[in-house]
Every structure is written in C-alpha cells, then in structure tokens.
Design a protein around this ligand. Structure first.
Ligand code: FE
Length: 212
C-alpha cells in the first residue's frame, strides 16, 4: 500500500465520491457512537485540500516539489522546538536574554530563525508577578518561525474573544490557576507584530548550563 502523501492523495480523490455519499448517510443517523473502522478516507476538510492540490498540480498552477518543500518545512523544520531552543538559551545565558528582550528578531536570527512574514517579533517575560497571554483577536497571527503553525484552539472564536474578556478563566481551563496578586497581561498579535512568551525557568534546573 502506498502510504506517501501522494499515494494518500490519489486514494482519497478516487474515494471521494463514495465517501461523501457514505458520510452523508451517516450524518443522518442519530446514534454516532459506533466505530467507523470501515471508513478509511480523510476528514472532509482534508479531502477538500487534497482535491484542490490535485487539481492545481494537474493544471500546472503549482509545482509538486515546491509543495513538498513547504510541507517538509512545517512538518520537520519549523515548530515549537525552535522556540524551545530560544527559551533554553535565554535561561542559561543572561546576555542572550537581554538581547532577546531588546530585539527578538535579531536574537532569534542567531539561531537562523527568521520570520518569512517580515513581522516584528516581541518576547515578553513571565515572572513571579506577571503572566503573559497571547491572542490574535482578529484571526490567528502566530510566530511561525519559532512556534510553527497555530494550534486549532488558538484560532477558535471562543479563545480569541474570551482571552480578552476573561484571561484568568481561560488560563484556568488550561490548568493554570494564578494567584490574585499576579498581573495578567494580554497581548494582541497582528500580522506585523507577533509575540513569544519567555516562561519562568523551572525550579530545580539551576545546575543545567547548556541548551541542546
Ligand atoms: Fe491574526
């Protein structure tokens, strides 16, 4: 069985007609608890994306190699692992932390992490008295170069509105109960201005001197 992205694409597009009929039939059922082990096609949005990709490639409007390079970048090269390196360095290197807080773009570029959107990066620091919360109230602006693509919850309307209205309540739902004397600062990202939080260094890591 061809399990590559292309293979899945081909299989998915071939199966599309039958799958839509199948899904529609199931959508009419009231009881949806049973296992769908007999259904092996991607979700509807995934199927639409794959179908669109297939058509664009077929018409010569996009290049397969370029698409593969983009997918590889966001699957394997860009993601939270980049932000973790920046944070760990700031924890063990006070001079780097100073540079990071003063000019995040320059400091992140030392790792080769450069924004492709041309935005300005700002790093805000959590302390014992201040906790920072990042949101994009308008859409889903996110620091791709250091955190990768935004998670689904970050893009959701409830997160975008409630982070501003009730940030402590949102943090509580994430499992973080802040003391009343901790100030919560909410930062609204835009396409031109994106944020990364520098968390407090965890207790018990004082002897660690290197970051990977
Ligand atoms: Fe946005």
């Amino acid at each position: 069985m061809d399990t590559t992205r292309r293979g899945i694409l081909k299989t998915a597009v071939t199966a599309a007609g039958a799958a839509v009929t199948h899904d529609f039939a199931h959508a009419q059922e009231q009881d949806h608890d049973h296992e769908h082990s007999h259904q092996a096609v991607p979700s509807d949005p995934a199927l639409r994306v794959k179908s669109l990709e297939s058509l664009l490639v077929e018409k010569g409007l996009v290049d397969r190699a370029a698409l593969d390079a983009l997918v590889d970048t966001y699957e394997n090269k860009v993601g939270p692992r980049n932000g973790a390196k920046v944070v760990a360095r700031a924890w063990v290197d006070p001079a780097y932390k100073t540079r990071l807080l003063a000019d995040a773009n320059d400091a992140m570029a030392e790792f080769g992490f450069v924004s492709r959107q041309g935005d300005r990066m700002v790093v805000v620091e959590n302390t014992a008295r201040v906790h920072n919360l990042i949101v994009c109230t308008l859409c889903s602006c996110y620091p791709w170069s250091v955190l990768g693509l935004p998670p689904v919850w970050y893009k959701s309307a409830p997160y975008r509105s409630r982070s501003v209205i009730d940030p402590r309540g949102v943090l509580r739902e994430f499992g973080l109960e802040l003391r009343e004397d901790v100030e919560v600062r909410v930062w609204d990202s835009t396409a031109e201005l994106r944020y990364l939080v520098l968390p407090e260094r965890p207790a018990g890591t004082e002897r660690l001197r290197h970051c990977a």
